[in-house]
Design a protein around this ligand. Structure first.
Ligand code: HEC
Length: 242
């Protein structure tokens, strides 16, 4: 392939990858399912990998060398670690950080593909394919746990809360008394955000953890006003809002 063509492909895919990376900043954080989000990562990495593959031999100094095997092998591992569920809670609250996290995926994908090519021409395609397979597998739930499992408070929440099904009727009462003023009688939102489809953003455990330790201006009502069971029931009620 001509160098000019390589440069155009490389430039275009880099540009697309960067624009896509900044989606959380451009559109604001949207409520999309975790699987869809991982699928987005796979798309980002695909453009990064195309950029890396087309970068190879676009310049004259690109000869093959054994030491490039390392980034080619480690790239997918680092990408997987960046998808660690523990990061969701941090990254999803700050769109810029989220975009930066996306950019890292793009860079890693580009490096993995390029490094593979530098190791032995052709290997870059294989390493890029591995990375893609990993990202798509993540979208189907392989290798990454649901976000709720990782919230630091999740461990305490599950260990100390009474077992057995939550009481939704009681949860509704707690909500009407303590939450409706800000979140609306039906959770439709008001001074506080709408809690409809909250289950997409936070699972039950994460919602309970948030209710126990909210960020201002939402008041912390636990353990003063609400007890362990109240929190669990109201969290279950919030999760049921459609
Ligand atoms: C004084 C008003 C106020 C009260 C009372 C209040 N909240 Fe909130 N709540 C907020 C605000 C504001 C936010 C957004 C805070 C943020 O995102 O930093 C919020 C956020 C939340 C969230 C997280 C939404 C998300 O982004 O995932 C949940 C869940 C929630 N509230 C549930 C409750 C429940 C349950 C109660 C009652 C026990 C309650 N809130 C009482 C104001 C309130």
């Amino acid at each position: 392939m001509k160098n000019a063509v390589r440069n155009v492909i490389c430039g275009t895919s880099t540009l697309v990858a960067v624009v896509l990376s900044f989606m959380p900043v451009i559109t604001g954080e949207r409520d999309i399912a975790i699987s869809a989000h991982h699928f987005d990562h796979a798309v980002l990495m695909m453009f990064g990998a195309i950029a890396g593959l087309s970068l190879y031999r676009s310049r004259s100094g690109d000869f093959e060398s054994p030491r490039w095997i390392w980034p080619a092998l480690l790239g997918p591992l680092v990408a997987m670690m960046l998808m660690a569920p523990g990061l969701y809670a941090i990254v999803d609250r700050a769109p810029l950080l989220h975009a930066f996290n996306h950019l890292l995926f793009v860079v890693i994908a580009g490096l993995t593909a390029y490094a593979g090519q530098r190791y032995v021409s052709g290997v870059g395609w294989a390493s890029a394919l591995m990375l893609e397979l990993m990202a798509v597998a993540a979208a189907f739930g392989y290798g990454v746990a649901p976000a709720v499992a990782s919230a630091p408070t999740a461990v305490q929440a599950t260990s100390s809360v009474a077992r057995g099904p939550a009481d939704l009727v009681h949860g509704r009462q707690i909500f009407a008394q303590n939450c409706a003023a800000c979140h609306g009688a039906a959770g439709q939102g008001g001074m506080g955000p709408s809690l409809r489809n909250e289950h997409i953003r936070k699972g039950e455990v994460a919602a309970a953890a948030w209710i126990k330790k909210p960020a201002p201006p939402m008041p912390a009502l636990y353990p003063g006003v609400l007890n362990e069971k109240d929190v669990r029931d109201v969290a279950a009620f919030v999760e049921s809002l459609k």
